[in-house]
Design a protein around this ligand. Structure first.
Ligand code: FES
Ligand SMILES: [Fe+2]
Length: 454
């Protein structure tokens, strides 16, 4: 497989700088056609997609700039002025609640010389004041104070032009906040499609909704972000091998995994927007903390969500909402894989709980999540080790000349009459293939900001 470059735009076509939000044509950089790197019909993928710096930069400008990205949970912002900071791709953002109670997200970069206007992870404020020269912005992103403002030329200066850049769209679903820079992105609901039915099995168990507890746990891993995102979308296959020791610890006898976990029948959902989730289908397929298991009234849950969800996606499953948001329903784990260069990711993970859970059940769920999927969790360590292992050898020349195999379950996707959308067997690469198909589609299509420049 070879990397082919599309012709680059002529230097002479570059328009001049303007004060608006897209002043540099991202289409100016050479673009790489990824068609020869992703062959989902035959389940073959070139390792360059995990290592190549030029592909990584194109991914920022086309995949991350175009997609709905996860920001956080609504309960991180309780009143006007509350804020937290996060990233959309590599772009730092502030998420806040303005005076009218509306959630808003801004690029966390001062319009003067570009410093971050907020360096705290979270807090509460009345304004965002840059610590370099003191430009200050209100909760609506408007520039409200400029030291020595008289020093600016009356002809050029227009303070209203220099507010914080805001995301194009922001929406919430089941307590989760998503945003996109893309003004033309279809609504979040459309990006989810049938995936919402599966997400509800996790986040709509309680009429009071969900909350997050214990802050955000953050850690750095060697490994391209896609290795984690695809695994959470498509990979039940690794569970018995990679997590053998953890399954042994959790087994009732201490000698081996529960039979219903080891020999699992289940389904894997995938769609053409790149979303994927897999789950065992078994009434007893649960690995959660005892107090949480006892807390649930399964009859009432069947009434609320339907038996297909209680015996499927509510159990021990895994999921990714394209591109880099993932979750584990039984563990109460939601996480985002922040890209930090082609070889590194930062994992940010939250514990989600049903709001009506009593205190002791909340504690049990939080500790169970940390024990299994915290940074030193008995499962999490196995996964991180695998991704780091793959990344650590992926720059070799010979290593890069052979494609990777994503062929499991090829051609088995179908409507199963129980679970919405297209599903395959649980042991399948179907969601992985569709994740990369979507990725390639975005990589090969000029993004909204490139079209605007043409
Ligand atoms: S960089 Fe923010 S005020 Fe100068
Ligand atoms: Fe795993």
């Amino acid at each position: 497989m070879t990397i082919e470059r599309l012709p680059s735009t002529e230097e002479g076509q570059r328009p001049g700088l303007v004060t608006g939000d897209i002043c540099r044509p991202h289409g100016f950089a050479p673009r790489i056609d990824v068609s020869s790197l992703i062959d989902t019909d035959h389940g073959l993928i070139d390792r360059a997609i995990f290592t190549d710096r030029r592909l990584y930069e194109q991914e920022q400008a086309r995949v991350f700039a175009s997609s709905w990205l996860f920001l956080g949970h609504v309960d991180q912002l309780l009143k006007a002025g509350d804020f937290f900071t996060t990233f959309m791709g590599e772009d730092p953002v502030i998420v806040t609640k303005d005076k009218s109670g509306r959630i808003r997200a801004f690029l966390n970069s001062c319009r003067h010389r570009g410093a971050r206007v907020l360096r705290a992870d979270y807090g509460s404020t009345r304004a965002f004041t840059c610590t370099y020269h003191g430009w200050s912005y209100d909760l609506e992103g408007k520039l409200i104070s400029v030291p020595n403002e008289v020093g600016y030329s009356q002809e050029l200066w227009n303070r209203d032009e220099w507010g914080l850049l805001e995301v194009a769209q922001l929406d919430t679903v089941l307590g989760l906040i998503f945003a996109t820079w893309n003004p033309k992105a279809p609504p979040l609901d459309e990006q989810l499609g049938d995936m919402k039915w599966y997400l509800e099995a996790f986040l709509d168990r309680d009429s009071e909704g969900t909350t997050v507890v214990g802050g955000i746990t953050k850690w750095v891993l060697k490994g391209n972000w896609k290795l984690a995102a695809e695994q959470f979308g498509t990979d039940w296959y690794h569970v018995n091998m990679s997590h053998a020791s953890a399954l042994m610890v959790l087994s009732p006898t201490g000698k081996g995994p529960k039979a219903e976990i080891a020999n699992t029948a289940g389904r894997q959902y995938s769609d053409d927007r790149g979303n994927g989730t897999g789950f065992p289908v078994h009434p007893k397929s649960r690995f959660d903390a005892g107090p949480v298991h006892k807390h649930y009234d399964y009859a009432a849950m069947r009434e609320r969500l339907g038996a297909a969800r209680v015996e499927g996606p509510m159990t021990t499953g895994h999921a990714t909402i394209f591109p880099n948001f993932s979750y584990l329903p039984v563990n109460g784990s939601i996480r985002v894989w922040h890209p930090k260069g082609p070889d590194e990711m930062e994992v940010w993970a939250w514990t989600v709980l049903d709001k009506s859970m009593p205190e002791e059940v909340r504690t049990a769920q939080r500790l169970y999540n940390l024990r299994t999927f915290g940074p030193s969790g008995i499962f999490e360590q196995d996964d991180g080790e695998n991704w780091s292992e793959i990344q650590s050898i992926s720059h070799g020349w010979r290593t890069n000349t052979v494609p990777l195999n994503y062929q499991m379950g090829i051609g088995t996707e179908a409507e199963d009459g129980v679970h919405p959308g297209s599903t395959s067997e649980l042991y399948s690469d179907a969601a992985g293939r569709r994740f990369y198909k979507r990725w390639a589609e975005l990589m090969n299509t000029p993004a909204w900001h490139e079209e605007a420049e043409q």
